[in-house]
Structure formats: structure tokens, C-alpha cells
Design a protein around this ligand. Sequence first.
Ligand SMILES: Cc1cc2nc3c(=O)[nH]c(=O)nc-3n(C[C@H](O)[C@H](O)[C@H](O)COP(=O)(O)OP(=O)(O)OC[C@H]3O[C@@H](n4cnc5c(N)ncnc54)[C@H](O)[C@@H]3O)c2cc1C
Length: 391
Amino acid sequence: MKIDEKFDYIICGGGATGLLLSHSLISDNFFNNKSVLIIEKEPKIENDKTFSFWDNQISILDKIVHKSWERAEFKDSEFTSSFNLDPYKYKMVRSDKFYAFMKKKIDKASNFTYLNASVNNIIQESDINYIETDKGSFQCSIAFSSIYNPEEFDFKKYPLIKQHFLGWTIETQEDFFDEDKIRFMDFSVDQHQEIRFMYVLPFSKKSALFEYTYFGGEVMKNSDYEKEIKKYLDREGITKYEISEKEKGLIPMTCYPFFNANTDSFVKIGTSGGWTKPSTGYTIKNSIEKIDMILKFIKEDKPLSKLRFKSRFWYYDVLFLDVLVDSKGKGSRVFSDLFRNNDPLLLFKFLGEKTNIFEEIRIFVSVNIMTFVKSLIKRVKSVYLKDFLKN
Ligand SMILES: Cc1cc2nc3c(=O)[nH]c(=O)nc-3n(C[C@H](O)[C@H](O)[C@H](O)COP(=O)(O)OP(=O)(O)OC[C@H]3O[C@@H](n4cnc5c(N)ncnc54)[C@H](O)[C@@H]3O)c2cc1C
């Protein structure tokens, strides 16, 4: 590989979406004669994340699904809703397997180069991008970047809620778990004037992931999450276990329009491109659809600057996050109202952004609508009216 070598495309960041994009480019004959460089700074061999999602279709991820479930449960301190997920399945992919699978595909693609390096700078000049790394600089016609640096953005207008969590995969000696049913959200844990829940994925009768999750506030010491997991396990009567794996993470939940930075030759992808669903933090499944859109734009020679990824669901999410920010410890009520008053499958369809407007109205009237109206008025007054008066 030569310094200053020119590629058709450079993908900065070989994490979830950089690799998914690579896979899609390799799988589509249209791109066979395009040279692609993918630059990733980490070795990417560990199981640093588990990617879960619900789906009623088969995608590339099905080739590496670790486990899938057909039933789910939602809980709060007053009620439990258990339901079949059909036509969906909830699926989980381990990231170590994901990275290995994708890298094998890249290694075999003669038009691809994988570089383990750190991107220091991306310079955009009319129709060419210069990518500076600690192993030299490279040029390309189109650059994609999943490098996310929240310090670059001012989240005043579109608040940022940090979804932070720590999970233990535990192994028990006795059979404890219903291995066919996930616990999607359990709000029966002490809310401490915040929004907190437990998420449980059972892998077998004797093994499960328990993830203690916060929407909001700051990341805490590991021991603070772990104390809560221990308390929860105790409550469930699980006292003898071994911890086989740990997972810690932070997912930004925000409607910040990161995609406004896209140009015809530079596209932000993944979390850095605003692909993380603001109201849930789920990203992986949406990304496949967004990548399909990018490829379609390129093949049809449409300007990439027009890629906005903004639909009516983005506006719903703006309002939803405002409600959570203002909820003052009552945020779990919004989730409870949704699950108590709706068919859970309709909610999964809604969160997957596949509902029609009539279904959405049914969902809106099922929650405390005044809370949303108040947030809407506040947003119009504090943001849109201010902008309007400024101009
Ligand atoms: C612990 C955890 C669990 C999650 N679980 C789920 C889940 O179950 N379901 C779901 O839908 N979403 C989940 N998410 C959210 C989201 O799917 C993931 O964060 C996903 O990895 C986002 O993909 P990405 O490509 O945007 O970012 P990443 O996968 O983080 O990829 C960005 C890549 O850029 C690299 N990079 C950064 N800076 C540089 C640089 N200067 N030079 C070169 N490379 C650089 C990083 O090393 C990284 O590999 C989870 C997130 C976390 C943190």
C-alpha cells in the first residue's frame, strides 16, 4: 500500500457499521471494481458488545446469531406483561463473532484493503477527501466515517440522554431461567428518581445476561451497577452463580441531526451519523436499512448530501426524549403506559419505525397525552420560536 494512494471509498472506523457497510459493498457486484480502504484503530477481536435486535426478516446477521427468542416480558412494580413476539424474533449477535465474520469477508475481497491505524484528520476538498492517519495519508472520492466524538457537538437544542449500563453473564448450578423468554425491560427496580431498569437475556436454563441500565445521568463506578445486579439476583433467589462475562457500555440517545454534516463526498455512518434510534439506543438493525439507502443513492448517482435519514419518527423521538428529560423520576411511567395499554407487538413495530399514521395515533392516545403536549409547547416556545425570532 502506497502513501497518498487513492481509493474510491475510504471507511473510517471498522466497528459495527463500517463492517456492515463493507459487507454490503462486497456483496453487490456494482462495487466490484471500486477500491475500498477500511481504517480501524483497534484490533476488534473481543466480545466488547452484544448486539441485540428484533426482526421479522432474515438479514446477514442471521448467519451469526448466537441465540434468538420468541417470547418476551415487560415488568414494572405493578404489572407484568408476557407475550409472544411472533412475527418477530429477538436476536443476539456476539461482537467477537461479528468482527471475525466480517473481517474474513473483507480479507477475501480483492478490491478491499484493511488498515489497522488511527485516523487523525479528515480533510474535505471539493470532490476529494484526504484521510490522515498515524500510518500515512490517503485520498478518496467518498469517505464514510463512524468515528464519534460527542465533544464536537452542542446538545443544547437536541438533548443527549446517556444510556449507560453494566451487564453480567452468569452461570448457575441449578436450572433457573426460562431460556425462551427475554425480559425486555424490568422497571420494578428502585428508580431513585431516575429511569432505571434491568434487561435479561437467558441463554440456557443455567446461563443469562443481567444488564442494569440507566437512561440519563452520568456513568458511575462499576461497583454501583454491580451492587444493583447483586440485589436483583438476590431478589430472584439466585445466590450461587459465577460471572462468566461482563459488558459495560454507553449509548447516546439524541436527535442531534448529525447527518447535516453529510456532503456529496462525505457521509457519517452509525452512531456518528445519527443512526442510533434516539428513544431506544438500538442501532444495529436500522443500520442495515440505512446502508441499503446509501448504496441505492450511489448506484442511482444521487447526491449523498441529500441523505438526511429524517422521517416523522425523528420528530416523535424529539418529543419522547424531551418528555424523558422532563420526567423527574417518572420516566418509567411512560414505558409502563405504553406496554400496559397497547399490544406489545404494535410497540415493537412502532419502535422499528414500521407503523402507519393510524397505528401511531392509537399509541399516542394510550399514554398521558398532556405530558407530551406540554413538552411540545415547551419545545416550540424555547427552540423553534427563539430560532424564528432570531431570523
Ligand atoms: C456495550 C454496547 C452494547 C450495545 N448493544 C446494542 C444492542 O444490543 N443493539 C443495538 O442495536 N445497539 C447496541 N449498541 C449500540 C450500537 O449498536 C453500537 O454502539 C454499535 O457499535 C454502533 O456502531 P458504529 O459503527 O456507529 O460504532 P462502533 O461500532 O463503535 O464503530 C466505530 C469504530 O471506529 C473506531 N475508531 C474510533 N476512532 C477512530 C480513529 N480515530 N481511527 C480509526 N478508527 C477509529 C472504533 O475503534 C470503532 O471500532 C450497543 C453499544 C454498546 C456500547
